[in-house]
Design a binder for this molecule. Structure first.
Ligand code: ZN
Length: 163
């Protein structure tokens, strides 16, 4: 496995607009594998390519059900509203209250550049919208209601170290 360095808030790359992926090359596949590794190592539920310094429209998400890869994701529909705590691997040690739609329908492409649709509610909808925001240079801190809070990292004893 290969871990990539997660860019943190203040790094200008996080505010740039990412480019569409035209074809999935071996390099793209390596990037995707590394993004999953980096996300799991950091115990995140989602990671966007700009967070590892690559300005491409690629997102990985795992809310605990299935690993999800989205290339060139596009939000087709949203509805409802949810208000809850949100964090970001690029804003370590912090969390904030963000209101987002409770449902999102997203079109994206898989590793073979085949189009698919993913629908999510609650945490998955939040993760989809949070990660897609990254591709347009937006961080959740722009949407936080009130102050950012400090969070104590989870006890890492629960995580087994993998090499
Ligand atoms: Zn994020």
């Amino acid at each position: 496995m290969a871990l990539r360095k997660i860019r943190e808030i203040g790094d200008p790359i996080l505010n740039k607009t990412c480019k569409e992926v035209k074809e999935v090359t071996d390099r793209t596949r390596d990037l995707i594998d590394d993004m999953f590794d980096t996300m799991y190592e950091a115990q995140g539920v989602g990671l966007a390519a700009p967070q590892v310094g690559i300005l491409k429209r690629i997102v990985v998400i795992d809310c605990g059900d299935d690993p999800l890869l989205l290339i060139n994701p596009e939000v087709l529909e949203t509805s409802g509203e949810q208000t809850g705590q949100e964090g970001c691997l690029s804003v370590p040690g912090k969390a904030g209250i963000v209101t987002r739609p409770n449902y999102a329908k997203v079109k994206a492409y898989n590793e073979d550049m085949e189009e698919f649709i993913v629908e999510g509610e609650e945490l998955l909808a939040r993760a989809l919208l949070h990660e897609i925001d990254h591709l347009d240079g937006h961080l959740y801190v722009e949407k936080v209601e009130g102050e950012l809070m400090n969070v104590v990292p989870d006890d890492e004893d629960e995580m087994e170290e993998e090499e």
